[in-house]
Write a protein that binds this ligand. Structure first.
Ligand code: ADP
Ligand code: TRP
Length: 313
Protein backbone atom coordinates (compact mmCIF):
# COMPACT_ATOMS: atom_id res chain seq x y z
CA UNK A 1 0.00 0.00 0.00
CA UNK A 2 1.37 3.43 -0.83
CA UNK A 3 1.71 5.88 2.00
CA UNK A 4 -0.63 8.84 2.16
CA UNK A 5 0.65 12.34 1.45
CA UNK A 6 1.13 15.03 4.09
CA UNK A 7 1.96 18.58 3.02
CA UNK A 8 2.18 21.95 4.67
CA UNK A 9 3.82 25.29 3.95
CA UNK A 10 4.76 28.50 5.72
CA UNK A 11 5.46 31.90 4.27
CA UNK A 12 8.99 33.26 4.66
CA UNK A 13 7.59 36.59 5.80
CA UNK A 14 9.48 37.04 9.08
CA UNK A 15 10.91 35.13 12.05
CA UNK A 16 8.73 32.20 13.13
CA UNK A 17 6.87 32.48 16.42
CA UNK A 18 5.62 29.88 18.85
CA UNK A 19 2.14 30.04 17.25
CA UNK A 20 3.62 28.81 13.96
CA UNK A 21 5.48 26.13 15.87
CA UNK A 22 2.61 24.78 17.97
CA UNK A 23 -0.05 25.42 15.31
CA UNK A 24 1.65 24.02 12.21
CA UNK A 25 5.19 22.74 12.62
CA UNK A 26 4.88 20.60 15.72
CA UNK A 27 1.80 18.77 14.37
CA UNK A 28 3.74 18.22 11.13
CA UNK A 29 6.72 16.93 13.11
CA UNK A 30 4.59 14.51 15.11
CA UNK A 31 3.07 12.93 12.01
CA UNK A 32 5.44 13.30 9.11
CA UNK A 33 7.29 10.01 9.37
CA UNK A 34 4.09 8.03 8.82
CA UNK A 35 3.41 9.77 5.50
CA UNK A 36 5.02 10.77 2.24
CA UNK A 37 5.71 14.21 3.59
CA UNK A 38 6.41 17.53 1.97
CA UNK A 39 7.27 20.81 3.66
CA UNK A 40 7.20 23.90 1.51
CA UNK A 41 8.56 27.42 1.73
CA UNK A 42 5.69 29.49 0.31
CA UNK A 43 7.81 32.30 -1.13
CA UNK A 44 5.41 33.26 -3.92
CA UNK A 45 2.72 33.66 -1.27
CA UNK A 46 5.07 35.86 0.76
CA UNK A 47 5.44 38.10 -2.28
CA UNK A 48 1.88 39.32 -1.67
CA UNK A 49 3.26 41.33 1.27
CA UNK A 50 7.07 41.21 1.05
CA UNK A 51 8.63 43.70 -1.31
CA UNK A 52 12.20 43.70 -0.03
CA UNK A 53 14.36 41.21 -2.01
CA UNK A 54 17.13 41.01 0.60
CA UNK A 55 14.63 40.29 3.34
CA UNK A 56 12.86 37.65 1.29
CA UNK A 57 16.17 35.91 0.55
CA UNK A 58 17.18 36.02 4.22
CA UNK A 59 13.77 34.86 5.48
CA UNK A 60 13.77 31.97 3.00
CA UNK A 61 17.13 30.66 4.20
CA UNK A 62 16.11 31.24 7.81
CA UNK A 63 12.82 29.39 7.62
CA UNK A 64 14.54 26.29 6.24
CA UNK A 65 17.03 26.51 9.13
CA UNK A 66 14.01 26.58 11.43
CA UNK A 67 12.53 23.49 9.75
CA UNK A 68 15.79 21.61 10.21
CA UNK A 69 16.37 22.88 13.75
CA UNK A 70 13.01 21.65 15.02
CA UNK A 71 14.05 18.17 13.90
CA UNK A 72 12.64 17.61 10.42
CA UNK A 73 14.93 15.19 8.65
CA UNK A 74 15.37 16.14 4.97
CA UNK A 75 15.85 12.46 4.16
CA UNK A 76 12.36 11.73 5.43
CA UNK A 77 10.51 14.77 4.07
CA UNK A 78 10.80 16.69 0.84
CA UNK A 79 11.72 20.23 1.91
CA UNK A 80 11.30 22.56 -1.06
CA UNK A 81 10.70 26.09 -2.24
CA UNK A 82 7.49 26.90 -4.07
CA UNK A 83 9.23 29.11 -6.62
CA UNK A 84 11.51 26.23 -7.64
CA UNK A 85 8.46 24.42 -9.01
CA UNK A 86 6.81 26.71 -11.60
CA UNK A 87 4.00 24.18 -12.07
CA UNK A 88 2.41 25.70 -8.92
CA UNK A 89 1.84 28.95 -10.78
CA UNK A 90 0.52 27.19 -13.84
CA UNK A 91 -2.02 25.18 -11.89
CA UNK A 92 -3.03 28.24 -9.86
CA UNK A 93 -3.92 30.00 -13.12
CA UNK A 94 -6.02 27.05 -14.23
CA UNK A 95 -7.93 27.13 -10.94
CA UNK A 96 -8.40 30.89 -11.18
CA UNK A 97 -10.15 30.31 -14.48
CA UNK A 98 -12.57 27.92 -12.77
CA UNK A 99 -13.66 29.99 -9.76
CA UNK A 100 -15.62 33.21 -9.59
CA UNK A 101 -14.72 36.60 -8.14
CA UNK A 102 -17.53 36.46 -5.49
CA UNK A 103 -16.20 33.06 -4.37
CA UNK A 104 -12.74 34.52 -3.76
CA UNK A 105 -14.23 37.62 -2.14
CA UNK A 106 -15.57 35.43 0.66
CA UNK A 107 -12.07 34.43 1.84
CA UNK A 108 -11.63 35.52 5.48
CA UNK A 109 -7.87 35.97 5.17
CA UNK A 110 -8.34 38.36 2.25
CA UNK A 111 -11.14 40.28 3.95
CA UNK A 112 -9.15 40.57 7.20
CA UNK A 113 -6.06 41.86 5.44
CA UNK A 114 -8.03 44.42 3.47
CA UNK A 115 -9.86 45.48 6.64
CA UNK A 116 -6.46 46.06 8.28
CA UNK A 117 -5.54 48.42 5.51
CA UNK A 118 -3.17 46.13 3.61
CA UNK A 119 -2.91 46.87 -0.07
CA UNK A 120 -5.40 44.64 -1.91
CA UNK A 121 -3.12 43.46 -4.69
CA UNK A 122 -4.45 40.90 -7.16
CA UNK A 123 -2.00 38.31 -5.79
CA UNK A 124 -3.55 38.59 -2.33
CA UNK A 125 -6.96 38.11 -3.89
CA UNK A 126 -5.96 34.99 -5.84
CA UNK A 127 -3.90 33.63 -2.92
CA UNK A 128 -6.28 30.72 -2.13
CA UNK A 129 -5.99 29.32 -5.66
CA UNK A 130 -2.19 29.26 -5.45
CA UNK A 131 -2.54 27.49 -2.11
CA UNK A 132 -5.00 25.02 -3.69
CA UNK A 133 -2.41 24.36 -6.40
CA UNK A 134 0.31 23.77 -3.74
CA UNK A 135 -1.84 21.15 -2.12
CA UNK A 136 -3.57 19.44 -5.07
CA UNK A 137 -0.51 19.19 -7.30
CA UNK A 138 0.86 16.44 -5.03
CA UNK A 139 -2.40 14.55 -4.38
CA UNK A 140 -2.16 15.61 -0.75
CA UNK A 141 -4.35 13.79 1.79
CA UNK A 142 -3.64 15.76 4.96
CA UNK A 143 -2.63 19.40 5.55
CA UNK A 144 -1.53 20.25 9.13
CA UNK A 145 -2.26 23.94 9.76
CA UNK A 146 -3.55 26.32 12.41
CA UNK A 147 -7.25 27.20 12.69
CA UNK A 148 -6.85 30.38 10.62
CA UNK A 149 -6.09 28.28 7.54
CA UNK A 150 -9.22 26.10 7.75
CA UNK A 151 -11.09 28.03 5.09
CA UNK A 152 -8.12 27.89 2.73
CA UNK A 153 -8.23 24.09 2.83
CA UNK A 154 -11.97 24.26 2.10
CA UNK A 155 -11.10 26.40 -0.93
CA UNK A 156 -8.61 23.76 -2.05
CA UNK A 157 -11.34 21.12 -1.81
CA UNK A 158 -13.67 23.36 -3.81
CA UNK A 159 -11.02 23.82 -6.49
CA UNK A 160 -10.60 20.03 -6.72
CA UNK A 161 -14.36 19.52 -7.03
CA UNK A 162 -14.76 22.24 -9.64
CA UNK A 163 -11.94 20.84 -11.74
CA UNK A 164 -13.15 17.24 -11.40
CA UNK A 165 -16.68 18.26 -12.40
CA UNK A 166 -15.43 20.14 -15.42
CA UNK A 167 -12.81 17.70 -16.70
CA UNK A 168 -13.26 14.35 -14.95
CA UNK A 169 -11.64 12.81 -11.91
CA UNK A 170 -8.17 14.33 -11.49
CA UNK A 171 -7.63 15.72 -7.99
CA UNK A 172 -8.00 14.30 -4.48
CA UNK A 173 -9.93 16.30 -1.89
CA UNK A 174 -7.52 17.10 0.97
CA UNK A 175 -8.36 17.34 4.69
CA UNK A 176 -6.97 19.81 7.18
CA UNK A 177 -5.41 18.59 10.42
CA UNK A 178 -5.99 21.12 13.17
CA UNK A 179 -4.95 20.09 16.67
CA UNK A 180 -7.53 20.79 19.32
CA UNK A 181 -6.32 23.00 22.18
CA UNK A 182 -3.58 24.69 20.17
CA UNK A 183 -5.81 25.83 17.31
CA UNK A 184 -5.16 29.57 17.76
CA UNK A 185 -2.45 30.75 20.12
CA UNK A 186 -2.88 34.31 21.33
CA UNK A 187 -0.07 36.85 21.17
CA UNK A 188 1.15 38.96 24.09
CA UNK A 189 -1.78 41.35 23.55
CA UNK A 190 -4.43 38.62 23.44
CA UNK A 191 -5.07 38.88 19.68
CA UNK A 192 -4.04 35.97 17.44
CA UNK A 193 -0.26 35.69 17.55
CA UNK A 194 0.90 36.74 14.10
CA UNK A 195 4.04 37.92 12.37
CA UNK A 196 2.07 40.85 11.06
CA UNK A 197 0.72 42.09 14.43
CA UNK A 198 4.01 42.59 16.31
CA UNK A 199 2.69 40.54 19.24
CA UNK A 200 4.76 37.39 18.92
CA UNK A 201 6.92 35.29 21.17
CA UNK A 202 9.73 34.45 18.75
CA UNK A 203 10.50 30.74 18.42
CA UNK A 204 14.21 31.27 17.94
CA UNK A 205 14.69 34.44 19.92
CA UNK A 206 17.46 34.56 22.50
CA UNK A 207 16.64 33.31 25.99
CA UNK A 208 16.49 36.92 27.18
CA UNK A 209 14.22 37.97 24.30
CA UNK A 210 11.77 35.16 25.01
CA UNK A 211 11.80 36.00 28.72
CA UNK A 212 11.13 39.65 27.99
CA UNK A 213 8.19 38.95 25.70
CA UNK A 214 6.65 36.42 28.10
CA UNK A 215 6.90 38.98 30.92
CA UNK A 216 5.15 41.53 28.69
CA UNK A 217 2.00 39.40 28.20
CA UNK A 218 -1.04 41.47 29.09
CA UNK A 219 -2.63 40.17 32.28
CA UNK A 220 -6.29 40.49 33.01
CA UNK A 221 -6.43 42.32 36.32
CA UNK A 222 -10.01 41.25 37.02
CA UNK A 223 -9.55 37.48 37.22
CA UNK A 224 -7.15 35.56 39.43
CA UNK A 225 -5.90 33.50 36.53
CA UNK A 226 -4.12 35.34 33.70
CA UNK A 227 -6.13 34.21 30.69
CA UNK A 228 -3.60 34.87 27.93
CA UNK A 229 -0.73 33.32 29.87
CA UNK A 230 -2.92 30.25 30.46
CA UNK A 231 -3.98 30.01 26.79
CA UNK A 232 -0.37 30.06 25.61
CA UNK A 233 0.62 27.64 28.36
CA UNK A 234 -2.00 25.12 27.26
CA UNK A 235 -0.13 24.51 24.03
CA UNK A 236 2.77 23.21 26.14
CA UNK A 237 1.11 21.39 29.02
CA UNK A 238 -1.99 19.32 29.71
CA UNK A 239 -5.03 20.69 31.51
CA UNK A 240 -4.43 18.72 34.73
CA UNK A 241 -0.85 19.81 35.16
CA UNK A 242 -1.83 23.39 34.48
CA UNK A 243 -4.78 23.39 36.85
CA UNK A 244 -2.46 22.34 39.70
CA UNK A 245 0.07 25.03 38.80
CA UNK A 246 -2.50 27.80 38.35
CA UNK A 247 -4.26 26.85 41.61
CA UNK A 248 -1.05 26.94 43.63
CA UNK A 249 -0.06 30.30 42.15
CA UNK A 250 -3.47 31.94 42.06
CA UNK A 251 -3.07 35.69 41.64
CA UNK A 252 0.72 35.43 41.34
CA UNK A 253 1.07 36.47 37.71
CA UNK A 254 4.81 36.84 37.86
CA UNK A 255 5.32 33.25 39.05
CA UNK A 256 2.98 31.94 36.36
CA UNK A 257 4.81 33.87 33.65
CA UNK A 258 8.12 32.53 34.99
CA UNK A 259 6.70 29.02 34.77
CA UNK A 260 5.54 29.60 31.19
CA UNK A 261 8.93 31.02 30.25
CA UNK A 262 10.70 27.99 31.79
CA UNK A 263 8.46 25.59 29.84
CA UNK A 264 9.04 27.39 26.53
CA UNK A 265 12.77 27.56 27.19
CA UNK A 266 12.92 23.83 27.97
CA UNK A 267 11.31 23.03 24.61
CA UNK A 268 13.22 25.59 22.55
CA UNK A 269 16.77 25.52 24.00
CA UNK A 270 17.93 22.28 22.29
CA UNK A 271 16.48 23.45 18.96
CA UNK A 272 18.19 26.82 19.30
CA UNK A 273 21.51 25.08 19.81
CA UNK A 274 20.97 22.87 16.78
CA UNK A 275 19.97 25.86 14.67
CA UNK A 276 23.24 27.63 15.37
CA UNK A 277 25.12 24.76 13.70
CA UNK A 278 23.20 24.99 10.40
CA UNK A 279 24.73 27.19 7.70
CA UNK A 280 23.29 28.83 4.55
CA UNK A 281 25.12 26.29 2.38
CA UNK A 282 23.45 23.38 4.21
CA UNK A 283 20.10 25.00 3.48
CA UNK A 284 20.86 25.50 -0.20
CA UNK A 285 21.82 21.80 -0.48
CA UNK A 286 18.58 20.70 1.15
CA UNK A 287 16.49 22.94 -1.10
CA UNK A 288 18.27 21.79 -4.26
CA UNK A 289 17.52 18.14 -3.45
CA UNK A 290 13.97 18.76 -2.27
CA UNK A 291 13.00 20.94 -5.17
CA UNK A 292 14.24 18.32 -7.63
CA UNK A 293 11.98 15.66 -6.07
CA UNK A 294 9.00 18.00 -5.86
CA UNK A 295 9.39 19.16 -9.45
CA UNK A 296 9.43 15.58 -10.71
CA UNK A 297 6.09 14.86 -9.04
CA UNK A 298 4.62 18.17 -10.17
CA UNK A 299 5.62 17.64 -13.80
CA UNK A 300 4.00 14.21 -13.87
CA UNK A 301 0.76 15.58 -12.51
CA UNK A 302 0.74 18.60 -14.83
CA UNK A 303 1.26 16.40 -17.88
CA UNK A 304 -1.98 14.68 -16.97
CA UNK A 305 -3.74 17.99 -16.20
CA UNK A 306 -2.68 19.54 -19.50
CA UNK A 307 -4.10 16.59 -21.39
CA UNK A 308 -7.38 16.91 -19.51
CA UNK A 309 -7.88 20.60 -20.25
CA UNK A 310 -6.83 20.51 -23.89
CA UNK A 311 -3.49 22.28 -23.59
CA UNK A 312 -1.49 19.22 -24.72
CA UNK A 313 -2.08 18.78 -28.45
P1 ADP B 1 1.44 34.55 10.60
O1 ADP B 1 0.00 34.89 10.90
O2 ADP B 1 2.28 34.69 11.79
O3 ADP B 1 2.00 35.28 9.40
P2 ADP B 1 1.29 32.31 8.84
O4 ADP B 1 0.06 32.84 8.21
O5 ADP B 1 2.57 32.35 8.08
O6 ADP B 1 1.49 33.04 10.25
O7 ADP B 1 1.02 30.85 9.32
C1 ADP B 1 1.89 29.73 9.19
C2 ADP B 1 1.26 28.56 9.90
O8 ADP B 1 1.23 28.79 11.32
C3 ADP B 1 -0.21 28.30 9.49
O9 ADP B 1 -0.45 26.91 9.47
C4 ADP B 1 -0.98 28.97 10.57
O10 ADP B 1 -2.26 28.40 10.75
C5 ADP B 1 -0.11 28.72 11.80
N1 ADP B 1 -0.32 29.79 12.77
C6 ADP B 1 -0.05 31.10 12.61
N2 ADP B 1 -0.38 31.80 13.71
C7 ADP B 1 -0.87 30.91 14.60
C8 ADP B 1 -1.38 31.01 15.93
N3 ADP B 1 -1.43 32.17 16.56
N4 ADP B 1 -1.81 29.89 16.53
C9 ADP B 1 -1.76 28.69 15.90
N5 ADP B 1 -1.28 28.52 14.64
C10 ADP B 1 -0.84 29.61 13.99
N1 TRP C 1 -1.38 30.23 3.55
C1 TRP C 1 -0.52 29.53 4.47
C2 TRP C 1 -0.28 30.44 5.69
O1 TRP C 1 -0.28 31.63 5.60
C3 TRP C 1 0.78 29.15 3.87
C4 TRP C 1 0.64 28.13 2.78
C5 TRP C 1 0.85 28.33 1.45
C6 TRP C 1 0.24 26.76 2.94
N2 TRP C 1 0.63 27.18 0.76
C7 TRP C 1 0.26 26.20 1.61
C8 TRP C 1 -0.12 25.98 4.02
C9 TRP C 1 -0.09 24.87 1.41
C10 TRP C 1 -0.47 24.65 3.80
C11 TRP C 1 -0.46 24.10 2.50
O2 TRP C 1 -0.04 29.92 6.72
Amino acid sequence: MTKRRLLTGLQPSGPLHIGNYFGALKPFLSMYEEYESMLMVADYHALTTQKNPEELRRNTLDIVKDYLAIGIDPKKAVIFRQSDVPEHMELAWIFQCLVTVPFLERAHAYKDKVAKGLEANAGLFAYPMLMAADILLYDTDIVPVGEDQRQHIEYAREAAVKFNNAYGDTFKEPREKILRGVATIPGVDGKKMSKSYGNTIPLFGSKEEIRRTVMSIVTDSKGESPEIVYAIHSSLKGREELSELYKTNRGNYKALKEALFADIEREVAPMREKRASIGDEDVKGVLAEGSKSARKLAQMKMKFVREKIGIAL
